[in-house]
Design a protein around this ligand. Structure first.
Ligand SMILES: Nc1ncnc2c1ncn2[C@@H]1O[C@H](COP(=O)(O)OP(=O)(O)OP(=O)(O)O)[C@@H](O)[C@H]1O
Length: 246
């Protein structure tokens, strides 16, 4: 069953059609990777799905509810969350504080309905659980600014996870990492499979083909193919448009 069903999604910047009549189905429980050449519109798509950027037209059904026109906090409360870039981390605050503060900011006004003590306890519990999911439990009290690059990327994942999403949208979680750091993050994502539905944009093809249940290929703002990793590798249209050039 589709958890996310996108139909006819569009977005232009002036004359440039960045998202062009895009259809996408994400099945509950899967890790669905989206690959495509530079400038294909992958980051824009994540921004549109998360509500960070507006859309010109189309339908975004999440768990049967229409998300078009809803701002990001409403989508977070519905269960859609995206990861943010390292620049959104507060270096002077502890790792745990970074997670709990971000949850409060993302979920917006919903936390106002809890009494302050219950709210803090609830936030703390969610933040601690999220740090455990990404292997950062022992860094909870560390200043976020002193984390390694790979640990900061793991912290971004924890921040997104702490909003307890049903669907997690990840925009290049491995960017800037390599070797053991990248391998550790791949293991973290492998551990998330089955717990949360994932949409993953990633340039590291080894990671994509190791992790994905299904892969969609985005070229010039349209999905040109969706399939299992082996099908995508073998698809002549995909090879011509993208993989052949890689
Ligand atoms: N705010 C903006 N204003 C104008 N053009 C934009 C804006 N954001 C993105 N674009 C353009 O939209 C196109 C798609 O950009 P996007 O970043 O979504 O692609 P991408 O597939 O994520 O690329 P990459 O793999 O290089 O990160 C590019 O041509 C980009 O220059």
């Amino acid at each position: 069953m589709s958890l996310l069903s996108v139909r006819g999604l569009r977005k232009s910047y002036g004359a440039l059609k960045v998202t062009d009549d895009l259809d996408l189905e994400v099945t509950e429980g899967e890790l669905h990777a989206i690959i495509g050449p530079n400038g294909a519109g992958k980051s824009t798509l994540i921004a549109q799905l998360s509500g960070q950027a507006g859309s010109d037209a189309g339908s975004v059904l999440f768990a049967g509810a229409q998300m078009m026109g809803k701002p990001m906090p409403a989508r977070v409360r519905a269960g859609m969350s995206r990861s943010f870039q390292i620049t959104s981390i507060l270096p002077g605050f502890s790792v745990l504080e970074n997670v709990s503060t971000a949850v409060q900011a993302r979920a917006g006004s919903s936390f106002r309905f809890f009494a302050p003590v219950a709210r803090d306890a609830d936030l703390n519990e969610q933040a601690i659980a999220a740090l455990a999911q990404v292997g950062l439990s022992d860094r909870a009290q560390t200043r976020a600014g002193s984390l390694s690059h790979g640990e900061k990327r793991a912290l971004e994942l924890a921040i997104a996870l702490a909003t307890q999403p049903r669907l997690l949208l990840l925009d290049e979680p491995l960017a800037g990492t390599s070797g053991a750091e990248a391998e550790r993050l791949v293991q973290v994502m492998a551990g998330l499979k089955g717990q949360v539905t994932l949409v993953l944009i990633e340039h590291d093809m080894d990671a994509v083909f190791a992790l994905a249940d299904r892969v969609s290929v985005l070229v010039y703002g349209r999905i040109i193919a969706t399939g299992m990793p082996a099908e995508i590798r073998a698809d002549p249209a995909v090879r011509a448009a993208y993989l052949g050039d890689a």
